[in-house]
Design a protein. Sequence first.
Length: 372
Amino acid sequence: MAQVRTYSSRPVLTVNLTALADNYKYLAAKAGGARMGASLKADAYGLGASVVGRALYGAGCRIFFVAHAGEGKILRTAIGPKASIYVLSGNTPQDTAIFFGSKLKPVINSLTQARDWVKAIKDVNHPPRTGLHFDTGINRLGIPPEEADIFASDKALIDALDIDLIMSHLACAGDAEHPLNETQLGRFKKTASRMPMVQLSLANTGGIYLGPKYHFKLVRPGIGLFGGKVTNTPDKEGVKPVVELHAPVLQIKAVKAGETIGYNASFTARTDMKIAIVSAGYADGLPVNLSGSDKRIVTSARLGKHRVDVIGRVSMDYTILDITNYEGFVELGAKAVFFGQDLETQSAHAKMLNYEVLTHLGARCRKIYVNE
Ligand SMILES: *Cc1c(COP(=O)(O)O)cnc(C)c1O
């Protein structure tokens, strides 16, 4: 391994903006003629909404989705006045001023939100336009069927809302065989046919892979942009890894056979061992479920060309690797690498969703954005 001259103890999250832009183009091609929106809620899945937003804007994206008005405000500052930013949670009474101040479009999820919005915009010049989100079977946030009937018959309300998007959200898009996809598709078409003719959107990342019937005018991928795979056939998903966690080696030590390693003494050295203490733990988003015990080694990190086992319990700040066979290669400051090309396997090892892993990574790591 090359000589490491200088390093910090702080773990680094690298976000590859070239791979991000490539994934944007790849998903746009998969979505055929549909427009691309980008779902950047939760600080762009933990990767930093401002930088990610600007990179996607640079790649041509002009429609963004966030969960909360506050997220929209940050994104607006980053990307400037031109793009549409929809707030998926809709307007909530405390946030109205943010919607107006940052020109955010609420995604209306209920009659209550619709009526509150119409009241709020009464004396406002050029209020933002809105989206309507119909619940077609996920039974999460969204306008339920009985309220959809009321929207369909209340022309004054619809006019006042100044809608420019009608959307719904799939519950099982990653599973092409699931019958709920067709059910939701049918309900969405039926509901949309009773509404004004504006752009329609149904597909998240998984929905893009379901094919053209699901694309409509606009798609709204999130995880796929960040290299996450969602279907039962991940090998067919051509997105590239975007995110790696780099944890520097802070100490190398010898452990005698019979000693235990880490909290709860959950791993026992059967032979004399060499171990590396690396500087990342669960406070950095490294799942504690990746811990290796006497019963089972769960995962390995990449260290240079090698894969080395994670042993003992992952703690708040540190994780321990077995470098018995590689000691000569490992120097202080060397980087143990997690996720990246291993995002799916390591998420599975941790019994977590790849979405969940990504959103946990941003909290303490220094983020470095690379173009390569
Ligand atoms: C999160 C979200 C998306 C993006 O989903 P991915 O599976 O990450 O592509 C799209 N639409 C809605 C309503 C969402 O909540």
